[in-house]
Ligand binder design. Structure first.
Ligand code: 9UX
Length: 67
């Protein structure tokens, strides 16, 4: 059981953006749960995914992990 990883995503402006990020990150190996908040840009990934893979998945969806 691993602690959730928290990222900040820039560029999301609607709930479809949120769904796109959620779907891309959910496909990564080791991911158990993905929560995305539009207002804050906060992305919370539960599971064992590599941070670099999360960043790449967010980029594939058309957005960017910042910070
Ligand atoms: Mo709607 Mo979110 O075009 O980019 S998917 S604003």
């Amino acid at each position: 059981m691993s602690a959730p990883s928290v990222f900040t995503v820039s560029g999301m402006t609607c709930q479809h953006c949120v769904a796109s990020v959620r779907e891309e990150v959910s496909e990564l190996a080791g991911v158990e749960d993905v929560q995305v908040d539009l207002a804050s840009g906060q992305l919370v990934v539960t599971g064992s995914a590599e941070p670099s893979a999360v960043r790449a998945a967010v980029a594939d969806a058309g957005y960017e992990v910042v910070g």
